[in-house]
Design a binder for this molecule. Structure first.
Ligand code: HEM
Length: 380
């Protein structure tokens, strides 16, 4: 057995090494900046290999991002009954929260993530935000997300009505976001997420229909394409929360169209066009804030070093363009102070953007109405 003095000496050596390198070695190998981050390493290894696999910025990455928002926004600065923010309630109380209309499709995320949550020791709230941050690193163009660790899991469900809906007015959406602590600029920053997104449930005949022509890249095309005059529906007309888009195969949410055109947000929206650095940095900041809504930041540990480095944006994606056949003449200028940038038109014939392929792991016992979404991961 080791004597106390030998143990102390070993600890001092260990602490000195950590102080020199800023890194410590976890019991199971791997190095981190803070020992408290060690439990994240097996989770990272598992989800990298078995949840995201080699799919890149695809369905799993998109799905994990959306649920992170829907969990976090269950919070109000004024009404405690709205929930405790990024607290895991959306999965812990899945049968209830997934029955809300605004959470239609979140069942996909539950089916995908629940088996991994059950297999690891970290809390549900931490898992949801960690998976979203790791998923984002699959998307070229993103700046490496930060990650704070140690959230307190929910003890109650968030009520219906905390998640903004695509058919709501700008005033209602901005008021809901403000009540949760987000400014119009922060909402626009967060909506860069719709650059790597699509809809399964807005049009009943379509699934995986993207919100811009480049859903596998975190680029500024979403902000370009939502500003173009809508001329077509990718599927059927008359769906609640959908308006005409400018590109075949692309679905436009009414909320995105209105925010792009409203006097209070139009210039914030347009500022992202062809400004990758602005979009990526404002998203990184707003996302970091979103990830800890309702949590006591002073009790969280900074484990950002565990998040992998995202791939660089290919040069071809770094410059925004008008989709084939469209030009600045198709822009519905809404920002009153700055003209819309004149971009090159992508050469070639008009295209129909292919749908995003569904990850088979999003299918499972959990249904869109919340039935069967039984959370078997009771964490203490
Ligand atoms: C005004 C606020 C917002 C509204 C009204 C809204 C609405 C929607 C709707 C209707 C869908 C399609 C769901 C489906 O049919 O499958 C969607 C998808 C998505 N949203 Fe939002 N959203 C908002 C804000 C956000 C924010 C702040 C984030 C992230 C920070 C986000 C991330 C996503 C992602 C990643 C998807 C794609 C999910 C997938 O492909 O599986 N959204 N959103």
């Amino acid at each position: 057995m080791l004597s106390t003095s030998t143990l102390l000496a070993a600890l001092v050596t260990f602490a000195n090494a950590a102080a020199l390198t800023g890194r410590v070695t976890c019991p199971n190998g791997g190095t981190v900046s803070n020992l408290a981050c060690c439990p994240l390493l097996p989770v990272l290894e598992d989800i990298q290999k078995n949840m995201f696999g080699d799919d890149g910025c695809a369905d799993a990455a998109h799905t994990t991002l959306r649920v992170a928002f829907h969990d976090a926004i269950g919070f109000s600065k004024t009404q405690p009954s709205f929930g405790t923010g990024a607290d895991g309630s959306i999965f812990i109380f899945a049968e209830k929260e997934l029955s809300y209309d605004a959470n239609l499709g979140i069942a996909d995320a539950f089916n995908l993530e629940a088996p991994f949550i059950s297999n690891h020791t970290i809390g549900v709230a931490d898992f949801i935000q960690f998976a979203a941050a790791v998923g984002l690193t699959k998307c070229p163009g993103i700046l490496r997300p930060t990650f704070m660790f140690g959230r307190t899991d929910a003890t109650a469900a968030a009520p219906d009505g905390t998640v903004p809906e695509p058919f709501q007015s700008v005033d209602i959406i901005l008021a809901r976001m403000a009540d949760a602590g987000f400014s119009p600029a922060e909402l626009v920053a967060l909506l860069a997420s719709h650059s790597i997104a699509g809809a399964d449930d807005v049009d009943p005949i379509l699934s995986g229909v993207p919100f811009d022509s480049t859903p596998a890249v975190f680029d500024t095309q979403f902000f370009v394409e939502t500003q173009l005059r809508g001329t077509l529906f990718p599927g059927t007309a008359g769906n609640q929360g959908e308006v005409e888009s400018a590109v075949a195969g692309v679905l436009r949410l009414q909320s995105d169209a209105l925010l792009a055109r409203d006097a209070s947000t139009a210039c914030l929206w347009q500022a992202n066009v062809n400004n990758q650095a602005l979009m990526a940095s404002s998203f990184q900041k707003a996302f970091a804030k979103m990830q800890i809504v309702g949590q006591d930041a002073s009790k969280l540990v900074d484990c950002s070093d565990v998040i992998p480095q995202p791939p660089a944006l290919p040069a071809a994606s770094a410059k925004a363009f008008f989709p084939p056949g469209l030009s600045v003449k198709d822009v519905e200028q809404a920002c009153a102070t700055t003209p819309f940038p004149n971009l090159p038109t992508k050469p070639g014939a008009r295209e129909t953007v292919p749908s995003i392929v569904a990850d088979p792991a999003t299918e499972g016992a959990c249904d869109d109405d919340g039935a069967g979404c039984v959370a078997k991961f009771t964490k203490s």
